[in-house]
Design a protein around this ligand. Sequence first.
Ligand SMILES: C[S@@+](CC[C@H](N)C(=O)[O-])C[C@H]1O[C@@H](n2cnc3c(N)ncnc32)[C@H](O)[C@@H]1O
Length: 243
Amino acid sequence: MGNSVEAKRRIIKTSDEDLVRQLDYQIEENKKNSTLTCDEWPVYGSLIRSYEIDFRAVTGFRSISGFVRRRPAPVVIDLMSPSDTLADLFMKFPDKPKLGIAHSYCDRRNKERLDRDEKLGIKQLSGDILELETWEKIEKTLNGKKADLIMERALRGKHYITSDIRIHAVLLNKAWKLLSSDNGMLLAEIPNPRFDPLLNEKKITLSNWASFIKEKNVDVNFNLITLRLIKTPNSPEKLPFLE
Ligand SMILES: C[S@@+](CC[C@H](N)C(=O)[O-])C[C@H]1O[C@@H](n2cnc3c(N)ncnc32)[C@H](O)[C@@H]1O
């Protein structure tokens, strides 16, 4: 297994053997079941409105479309998602120059959707979010730009990225790095640290992590399973975590 995983390159450099084992196992499992996994993910067709409802506790009921409308040339990333939600969002701003990147395990678009995305400035990327290559593809597509908005509403997709909170922290940091420091907003579904034995032992909660990052100039809002972060010029490039 060592070699094949080495070739894929993990999203994290760590000497923690347990973390490496989990990550490698999940990548291998996803690959092994990829036909099944891809069949399980049809095109969802979720409207941006359904994201607005799911994230309302952390956005304070403010509309995501309104946030994007205020950007002159919005750059938006939707992680672990087919391109339909971005398409619904971008159709509201036909005259704006825009770049959308949807990323999911497989690209299941038909010709009609390919044409629609082409017109709307949306790229659909595919690959395992646990592999470095996926993040390199996203960065390459951004072509030096930073994202005004990054969303991740994986729903059942979360079962394919392990429940280990440390892996979620790495993924969050990867997304954070791609975010604009001009009040860029990151909206993510997250596992609650309350259910993580390691964090429980260390008494790390979402609430004390939020206080910690607020002190470091990261604007944060959270509820049980959703998170909203805002990045400003004073925010750190690397998202701080409690040890
Ligand atoms: C339930 S769908 C959610 C789609 C969309 N966010 C929505 O709310 O309509 C889950 C998505 O996660 C993606 N996914 C699952 N495992 C993944 C992985 N390991 N890497 C990247 N994407 C993954 C699937 O391809 C699928 O698009």
